[in-house]
Design a protein around this ligand. Structure first.
Ligand SMILES: Cc1cc2nc3c(=O)[nH]c(=O)nc-3n(C[C@H](O)[C@H](O)[C@H](O)COP(=O)(O)OP(=O)(O)OC[C@H]3O[C@@H](n4cnc5c(N)ncnc54)[C@H](O)[C@@H]3O)c2cc1C
Length: 466
């Protein structure tokens, strides 16, 4: 007889684990079905070098933010091992000489840093920060709000729309206009409105393109920046980013422990082949090995195309909905380059391979907006960036347990290669791309290349298939 639960969660990434924890906490008999050998999804810590298992890397995602404090509190994640080291400053060194550091919460030092590039921009920074904070007050709570069904005349939907309108009654015309413009504006245009220095604009453009198939001149990237700047969503504060102790897998483990503490069952190596649909409703799942598991509620955390078209089946869905999902476009040209280092980068602009503040935050390769744009345009035209953009971090600036003493881990989140590289491996081209990325850093810190002990290159195909 098929095992029966109140709720099945398909996928044991951090979202699936959070869903399971809440379901179990509310008393539902819940099981998580994870296809891989371990939970975590993209929030995972792994040892990618069999010859050097002492090096642990946060292989895909790499920094924490945007986890609502409400969830941290309600699931008591700190008790279950959630521990964040707040990141140091954003750091960019320049080939022409000099560097810039930007701090999440130190207006005085930001003024000093930005003044080195433009006095006018330094004076604009506090106004920019205040403006972003105003937007976060509006956007933060929205991220935890069920979207209203605008256009529906059902009483329940109308009530939902009115409730949202009422909760935003305090907003003025200017704030609403700013939020609306953000959705359609490019980060390059937005920054042009505020700043003049290419170095400062390059620094502030990073959040507009990170993880996005769009260069800084693309409409919508202004919103991407605002989204990433919100930080601690839910409670409406601008937040800092941070490193989880033990890498991003530590976040998943903490949530998994919380889910288990409420009685959720978590199964790995349990790949779901499809959902069982009866009378137009989900009634359970069928695993790859033929096992059937039944539940009144099935939550899927897989990509909507996989969930609806492959696992529910278009034949069980309204035609227009299935067509919308069929047309859903998600593209990425991200390559993760994880490095084991013998020593820290010794930057010409800020000499020394001893641990310094600029090693403790984001160590960027995004010197100007034009640099970032060129990397995107090349990928859009079908080849990998000649000089890629990178958001680099060195979590071992804080978390010494990830590698042997004296060594370091550096994680480079880089962009872009062509989006269709997700369809098949491009091993040799990825190696060459990684070489170029490393050369870019080596121009700024000449010990960089020779300090690399091991490297792990994860392209779009590997991300989707491993
Ligand atoms: C390279 C990279 C870097 C990123 N960096 C960051 C970052 O630094 N900070 C940040 O906040 N976000 C980052 N993100 C985004 C973040 O990782 C994702 O938003 C997050 O992982 C989504 O979590 P999820 O649980 O929804 O999905 P996933 O993490 O994708 O988890 C889905 C799970 O479902 C499992 N699964 C798939 N198919 C099946 C099946 N048929 N049956 C059962 N299980 C299945 C998978 O194995 C996986 O464990 C990054 C993403 C990538 C790809």
């Amino acid at each position: 007889m098929a095992a029966t639960y109140d709720a099945i969660v398909v996928g044991g990434g951090h979202n699936g684990l959070v869903a399971a924890a809440y379901l179990a906490r509310s008393g539902a008999k819940t099981v998580v079905l994870e296809g891989r050998y371990k939970t975590g999804g993209a929030a995972t810590t792994e040892a990618p070098w069999p010859d050097a298992p002492e090096f642990q890397v946060t292989r895909l995602s790499y920094v924490m933010s945007l986890l609502p404090p409400t969830i941290i509190r309600e699931l008591e994640l700190e008790r279950h091992g959630y521990k964040i080291y707040p990141m140091g400053p954003y750091y960019q060194a320049f080939r022409e000489g000099g560097s810039i550091k930007l701090y999440a919460d130190d207006a005085k030092r930001n003024h000093e840093e930005v003044s080195r590039w433009s006095k006018k921009d330094a004076d604009a920074m506090p106004r920019w920060d205040a403006w972003l904070e105003g937007l976060a007050d509006v956007l933060g709570p929205l991220l935890l709000t069920v979207p209203p069904n605008i256009g529906s005349r059902k009483p329940r939907d109308l009530a939902g729309t009115l409730k949202l309108a009422w909760s935003n009654r305090g907003l003025d015309v200017r704030t609403i206009a700013d939020v609306t413009r953000l959705m359609t504006m490019s980060i390059a245009d937005l920054l042009d409105d505020w700043f003049e220095s290419p170095q400062v604009k390059g620094a502030l453009a990073v959040n507009g393109v990170i993880g996005t198939w769009a260069g800084p001149y693309e409409p919508g990237t202004a919103y991407v920046m605002a989204h990433h700047s919100i930080g601690d969503v839910g409670d409406g504060h601008l937040g800092n980013w941070g490193f989880q102790e033990g890498g991003m897998g530590g976040v998943s483990s903490a949530i998994e422990r919380a889910a288990r503490s409420h009685g959720a069952e978590i199964r790995t190596n349990a790949r779901v082949a499809r959902l069982i649909i009866e009378g137009g409703q989900a009634a359970g799942v069928l695993l790859d090995d033929g096992e059937e598991i039944r539940a009144r509620v099935v939550v899927s955390t897989l990509h909507p195309r996989t969930a609806f078209l492959e696992q529910v089946g278009a034949e069980n869905l309204p035609d227009d909905f299935a067509a919308d999902i069929e047309r859903w476009k998600s593209r990425s040209g991200v390559v993760k380059i994880n490095l084991a280092l013998a020593e820290l980068p010794d930057f010409i602009a800020d000499p020394g391979s001893n641990l310094q503040e600029h090693h403790s935050g984001s160590v960027e390769m995004a010197p100007t907006i034009e640099y970032i744009e060129k990397a995107f345009q090349e990928a859009r035209q079908g080849w990998p960036a000649t000089r890629p953009f990178s958001d680099g971090v060195i979590p071992t600036a804080f978390d010494k347990a990830l590698c042997p003493e004296g060594n370091h881990i550096m994680s480079l989140f880089t962009q872009w290669v062509p989006a269709d590289w997700s369809e098949e491996p491009h091993t040799a081209e990825l190696e060459a791309y990684a070489d170029r990325m490393i050369d870019c850093y080596n121009e700024l810190a000449p010990n960089f290349k020779s300090s690399i002990l091991h490297r792990d290159i994860v392209g779009p195909y590997e991300m989707e298939h491993e």
